[in-house]
Design a protein around this ligand. Structure first.
Ligand SMILES: Nc1ncnc2c1ncn2[C@@H]1O[C@H](COP(=O)(O)OP(=O)(O)OP(=O)(O)O)[C@@H](O)[C@H]1O
Ligand SMILES: [Mg+2]
Length: 324
């Protein structure tokens, strides 16, 4: 599907759009890349300069960010954290196979419409008023009161600043991807019965993908790209320290090192950052302050979820003591 041409008219609020038809990006939200990084750290999200740089540019260029990478590397959390630091409302569209326009954009509340039609009939039968014309009825039941706004429409018409998270976009079919592209190209939605709704201000948009399938070139072109891989040893250690209350520095360091060495093995599924955190919390609950190979082996099931992976990791831990 080719992207529809952007319009160049006044927005629904009467605010003038720029010559390309987009709402103005508004005041920059961040002073610099360092500012992004510092503010993300304030809410517990530890980013490197690569991540912070893309967020900074996304705000300046008013472009969506496509965040791709393995499971549990902080893709969703990044969007949530950006919402928190910018004081924006987080609107999330969770994607799944079969997601369609009615769940992504809007749908009419048919049950309520039927009830209204029935109620009108009862009033008419009681002789309290004449039967309403179809025209009046149509105006009535296709009005705002009967509209169920779904996340994309919610984000576009929100009067407050919004971070729109389109989570796990690789799960939707091509038609829905085309719909997303259309909305992200124009930031407007046309509802035949009500008219066109345009964004007054551009939301910050994050699309996440686990790369289970290739997304279209057109969608990628529309976005800035951020590959979120497993963090460096130092950053993962800091994430553990930050997110696991009561952990000793020594244990945080050991956990990060062991997880890193496990990721270098050929496993069916490498441990994610969220599994690193689960493991660290498990060890703290067990009262461990400094881990040995035996304790590591006994709790590996928190990190690895395949029997073959567990066997391989157990062998590795037995042969090479955790690097210090
Ligand atoms: N840079 C980071 N700073 C702080 N916490 C992090 C960071 N990266 C990941 N985490 C932690 O890891 C957990 C998992 O992150 P998240 O759910 O965002 O992963 P994901 O990439 O969206 O995974 P999935 O692909 O499975 O949806 C979060 O709860 C968060 O606490
Ligand atoms: Mg996620």
């Amino acid at each position: 599907m080719t992207a529809p041409q952007p319009i160049g008219a006044a927005g629904s609020s009467g605010r003038l759009l720029d010559p390309l038809g987009f709402p103005e990006p508004g005041e920059p939200k961040f002073a610099s890349v360092t500012d992004v990084r510092r503010r993300l750290a304030d809410v517990g999200y530890l980013a490197d300069d690569g991540i912070a740089g893309v967020v900074h540019l996304a705000d300046r260029l008013a472009k969506p960010v496509l965040v791709e990478g393995p499971a549990g590397t902080g893709k969703t959390e990044l969007a949530k954290s950006v919402a928190r630091i910018t004081g924006s409302r987080l609107i999330r569209l969770q994607c799944y196979e079969g997601l369609d326009e009615s769940k992504a954009l809007y749908e009419w509340n048919y049950k309520k419409q039927l009830l209204r039609i029935q109620a009108q009939r009862v009033v008419a039968d009681d002789g309290a008023a004449g039967t309403p014309s179809w025209h009046d009825l149509e105006d009535d039941i296709f009005s705002e009161e009967f509209l169920l706004a779904r996340p994309l429409l919610e984000a576009i018409r929100s009067p407050e600043p919004v971070v729109l998270l389109i989570d796990e976009v690789d799960r939707v079919e091509l038609e829905t991807e085309a719909l997303l592209l259309e909305v992200l190209s124009e930031y407007q939605v046309s509802i035949p019965e009500l008219g066109t709704v345009r964004a007054d201000r551009l939301p910050l948009v994050f699309l996440t993908s686990n790369n289970t399938r290739e997304l279209s070139e057109a969608l990628k072109r529309r976005c800035l790209y951020l590959h979120l891989d497993y963090p460096s040893l130092e950053r993962e250690r800091d994430i553990v320290r930050r997110r696991v209350p009561g952990i000793t520095d020594e244990l945080a360091d050991q956990v990060a090192r062991i997880v890193r060495s496990l990721r270098s093995l050929e496993l069916k599924k490498h441990p994610s950052v969220s599994e690193t955190l689960d493991w660290a919390r498990t060890l703290v609950v067990l009262g461990v302050e400094s881990i040995d190979a035996e304790q590591a082996t006994a709790t590996l099931h928190v990190l690895l979820k395949y029997r073959s992976d567990l066997e391989r990791a157990t062998k590795e831990l037995a042969s090479v003591p955790a690097e210090r």
